[in-house]
Design a binder for this molecule. Sequence first.
Ligand SMILES: [Zn+2]
Length: 564
Amino acid sequence: MSANAEDLVFHGGVVWTGNPSRPWAQAVWIRNGLIRAVDTDEEVLSQAPIDAKRVSLDGAFVSPGLTDGHAHLISLGQGADQVDLVGAESLSETLGRVQVAVTQRQAEESGGWIQGRGWDQNDWPEKAFPSREDLDRVSGDFPVALRRIDAHATWVNTRALTEAGITAATKDPSGGKIHRDSQGEPTGILIDNAGDLVADIIPKPGPMTIRRYIRQAAQALIRVGVTGVHDMGMSATELDVYRQMAAEEFVPQRVYAAFSVTDPQLPDVLAAGADPEWQGWFRLGMVKFYLDGALGSRGAALLRPYEDDPSNQGLFVSDRAQVEADLEACLNAGFQIAMHGIGDAANRMALEVWGETLEKGAKPSVLLKSPFPSSFLGDVSQSRPSFRIEHAQVIHPNDLDRFADLGVVASIQPTHCTSDMPWAPDRLGQDRLAGAYAWRSLRTRGVLLVSGSDFPVESHNPLYGLYAAVTRQPVSGESKPGWAPEERLDRSEALVSFTAAPAYASGDLHQWGTLQAGKKADLVIWSENLVTCDPEKILDADCVLTMIDGVVVWTGPTFSWDSE
Ligand SMILES: [Zn+2]
C-alpha cells in the first residue's frame, strides 16, 4: 500500500499532541504532507473523505516527531568506519578491539590511519589515562588516533606522534594540553585543541564519503523516531555536501545546522548570511562556538580547580575577545548562536558575553512566529532564542537566574547526566553539584530546555534521553530514586524538550513540533505509551512508524497498512 495516498487517517490510537490546550486525541488525518485534523475517532472518521486510506492503530501511541537538539550527524554515520570503543570495560578490552582492526587492515594490506572513538577510562578499573606505549603494543605500523567518548581527548600511538611532529619540545597549543611524563615526553594523550595537531594531518573524508555518512546516520535515526536534528558544528566541505543533497531533495531528515566558528571559511559563510528559509529539509541557521572542553577529560573550565586534580581548572579553548568579535559578526549575519559551555566558568563567560551583547543593542535573530505552548514550557516570555548554551552542564547557582533574564536557551543532554553521575561528584565535589545538570532549577525559572543526545557521544536513540530526563538513573535502573531526583523532568516536559522546544528554538514551532491541524505531518507511532508507561518500559518501546512531511520514511516489522 502506498505510503503517500492523498488522504491518510490513523485512528484508534492514543495520540499525544504536545498541544497544551488539547493534549490527547485518538486520530490524525493527513493530506498532502499536512495534518488536516487531530481529534476523536468519531470526528476524524466522519470528516475524512470516503476514499481516505484508514489505518487502525489498535491503541498504539502517537507523538510528534522527535528532534535531537544537539548532535553530530556525520560523525554518527562515520562510526561504521571507525573502531568502536564504546562500552569497553578495561584497557585490555579496549586494546583488544584496536587489535582486531589492525589485524583486519593488515590482512587487507591497506595503509593509512586507524581511527576509533568512544573509549572512556572512567569505565575501566584503571581509571587513569592510557598511554602511547599501551597502544604501540597492538598497533603494528599504523598511526592510530582514538577519540575519547566526549571527543575532548585523543589517544594516539608513538607513530601518530611522530607523523604529527609532536615531541617533548612541542608547546601546548592555546586551548589544548599535551600530557607529558616526568621527562617531559608526550604520553599519547592530547586534550582539546592539542588533538588538532593530529586531526589536522589525517586525510579528511571527501564529499562522496560524507554523503554516505549522512545517509547511514539518517537510516539509523528514522528507525528510532528522530525526524529532525540540530547538527552542531559543520565544516565548509560538509555544508557543501548538505547543500548539494538539499538541492537534490535528498536530505533524509530535517537538519537545522550550525556552522563551526573555527572553520577558515567562516567569513564566506557570514557574507552569505543565515538561510532565511528551509531549503527542503535543510537550513543553515546557527554558528557553533566553543568555550571549553568536557568534564570527563577535565577540560571543562571551572571557577575553582577540579576536586580530584587541584592543579587543574580546565581549559578555555577560545580567546574571549575573539568570541565577542565573532558573536557580533554572526548576529549581524542573521545567525543564531550555539555556544558550547560545560564548566561553570564557561557558562558564566557565555552569559557575560551574551549579556554585554544585548546591552549593546543586539537584536534577537530568531523571531517568534507562533505563540508558545506555555503550560508545558513555563513562562518563557523573556525568551530570545537567538542564543543557546550547548550542554549548560555545570552552572554556578548564582548564574541560574541569568539564563532566564537573558533569554538563553539551555540545550541539555539528559544522557550525559546519567553517564557522568558515577564520577562527576569526584570531579566537582559535593557543593558544586547543586548547579550541575540542573534541569528543574532552570525550568522553574522559565528557561527553555531543548534536549539532545550529542550522538555519537551518547546513543542516538532518543528514548534513552527521555528515560534519563525523567529518572536520572542509569539504564540498569540502579541507584533509585536517581541522582538529585528533584532535578528530574516530568514525562510531558521531557517529551516537549524533544519536540516543541527544539522546534521553537529553530523558529519552527508554527510548522512542526506539535500535532495540530495545519502543521506538517511529522509524527511517530510507538509500541508503548511514552507518557503513562512505567519508566523502565520507555526503553522497551519500539518505533513502529516514522513520518516526515507526511512521507512514511520508516515502518517497523509490526506495522501493517492493511488494518482498516
Ligand atoms: Zn556535541
